[in-house]
Design a protein around this ligand. Structure first.
Ligand SMILES: Nc1ncnc2c1ncn2[C@@H]1O[C@H](COP(=O)(O)OP(=O)(O)OP(=O)(O)O)[C@@H](O)[C@H]1O
Ligand SMILES: [Mg+2]
Length: 482
């Protein structure tokens, strides 16, 4: 699956965000004198902005990326609560917020003078929910889990996600088999939930591991490795993603090598909310069926777009697509072979495999690929690598590998291309396990070196006659009469 396909599928996803809703306010102005009342600047107001923050920022990110999202939290019966609900409404976020008359809505007010923070003023309730409110939240969680394929838990430790709620999330995850991403300031509370993904930044990761917190520059690569592996087993998630701000992120999975994503540098970054964007894009990419590494790459690009914008910003699917096209990720999505073919198999698709050198694509090649494609639902083409060909015959192909791949991949008939180094495609056939292996030419099945491998994986060999497109040219209905 190409990254553009992943992003196109965002629209079909439905996500539940549960956690701490807050209102982010920015009061901007200009300061040129010190107050006679005390040693503080006097800020002359120019503009005010407010954004959904915390869990509602994660929801705003999911909505901006084009998916359906429901946000479940508790706010107070106050002005900030009303303002926050209005911010959800204008963004098309389903408002599943409970109102608690005994709480006040969490608000973070920043006073900014000439682009510099002067002070942040935090308000709002941080006590645990009352048992009645907790019960009401749990009932809404049950509805949300039934209706949404992915759940983001945005826990800032302001009292909304108590022990009972967390236990219920774990139970519902099991019951409905949902993708659950946990972004929490206090990860050990999620031990034993078997979350799909945890996304701590390195500070949260260090705290969760009981370390004395250090700056990321003072932690060695080996120590980061130890930290990630420790969290993975201590919290018991499928994946652990430790984010490192501008240094990117590290993906840990049991039994697999650590995967590092380094983002492109962003000049004058505005880092507030990068984590929410990262988690939201990761949730949508995984929910859309992307292999985990591709999902992390997409999430990192989404976060990089957002840190390039001031305030608590979001990124749209279109901006993300443009960005990915520029970064070259579109042509090389890093799709994992086994994961891709597994998805086709799960969807009962008939996989056809064929292979060739394609050193200069001919119309005969195209006629052959068209016939091969008709033998099933998905056509995967193995292309001999430059390295393999050079080793086997002493000189390389005329057309370089990347161009040969690009030409074959450009054909609408072809779903995927993959290179292989060996003289025969036996090894790649064992990995793909195609239903059909199509071969052109005057072979007899018994003479084909890879026939045994095809039969071993339960596939059949189909021999197609060598074709000459010139005998029967085919323009696939694209020819315009003039
Ligand atoms: N300055 C930056 N330049 C490029 N990418 C960045 C930058 N800062 C963050 N990112 C991207 O965003 C991801 C998450 O960032 P970070 O580690 O800062 O999360 P966080 O601390 O949880 O953020 P938040 O404050 O939003 O909760 C990083 O892994 C990286 O891919
Ligand atoms: Mg964070």
């Amino acid at each position: 699956m190409d990254v553009s396909d992943v992003i196109a599928r965002f629209r079909q996803q439905r996500v539940l965000v549960v956690g701490e809703a807050m209102l982010d306010c920015y009061y901007n102005g200009h300061a040129e004198r010190i107050s006679p009342e005390g040693p503080v600047p006097v800020v002359n107001a120019s503009s005010k902005q407010r954004y959904p923050g915390g869990a509602t920022n994660a929801a705003a990110n999911v909505a901006a990326l084009g998916a359906k999202v429901r946000c479940l939290s508790v706010v107070g019966d106050d002005e900030a609560g009303t303002a926050l609900r209005e911010e959800l409404r204008v963004r098309g976020i389903e408002d599943d917020m409970l109102t608690d008359r005994d709480r006040s809505t969490i608000t973070k007010l920043r006073i900014v003078a000439d682009g510099h923070y002067v002070v942040r003023y935090d308000e709002g309730e941080r006590q645990p929910l009352s048992p009645g409110m907790e019960q009401a939240l749990i009932e809404r969680l049950r509805v949300g889990f039934a209706e949404c394929a992915a759940v983001i838990v945005a826990d800032y430790c302001y009292g909304i996600l108590g022990e009972r709620v967390i236990a219920e999330i774990g139970r519902l995850k099991e019951q409905h088999n949902r993708l659950v991403l946990v972004d929490s300031k206090n990860l050990p509370l999620y031990r034993g939930m078997a979350a799909s993904v945890i996304t701590p930044n390195h500070l949260e990761a260090q705290r969760a591991a009981g370390w004395t917190v250090r700056d990321v520059d003072r932690i060695s690569g080996e120590e980061l490795e130890e930290l990630g592996r420790h969290l993975l087993s201590a919290i018991g998630s499928t994946w652990a993603l430790v984010t490192l701000g501008p240094k990117g992120s590290l993906l840990f999975e049991a039994g697999k090598a650590t995967y590092r994503v380094t983002p492109r540098p962003v000049p004058n970054p505005h880092v507030s909310g990068a984590g929410d964007t990262f988690t939201s894009a990761l949730a949508l990419s995984l929910s859309a069926g992307a292999p985990v590494r591709t999902a992390v790459e997409i999430a990192a690009e989404a976060a990089a777009v957002v840190v390039g914008k001031p305030g608590t910003a979001t990124v749209t699917a279109r901006e993300l697509l443009q960005r990915l096209a520029l970064s070259g990720m579109m042509s090389e999505p890093g799709v994992e072979l086994e994961a891709t073919v597994e998805r086709y198999r799960a969807a009962n698709k008939r996989i056809v495999f064929t292979n060739g050198l394609f050193d200069g694509l001919t119309s005969g090649n195209i006629a052959f690929l068209r016939a091969a494609r008709q033998l099933g639902d998905v056509l995967i083409v193995g292309v001999n690598s430059d390295r393999g060909v050079t080793e086997q015959r002493g000189y390389g192909p005329r057309v370089p590998e990347d161009e040969r791949l690009a030409l074959v991949a450009a054909l609408a008939l072809v779903d995927h291309v993959v290179t292989f180094d060996e003289a025969t495609p036996e090894a790649i056939i064992r990995r793909i396990r195609p239903n059909v292996h199509a071969k052109g030419g005057d072979y007899r099945t018994e003479e084909l070196p890879e026939a045994a491998a095809v039969h071993e994986v339960g596939g059949e060999v189909v021999l197609l006659p060598l074709m000459d497109e010139r005998a029967q040219p085919h323009t696939s209905g694209k020819l315009l009469r003039r």
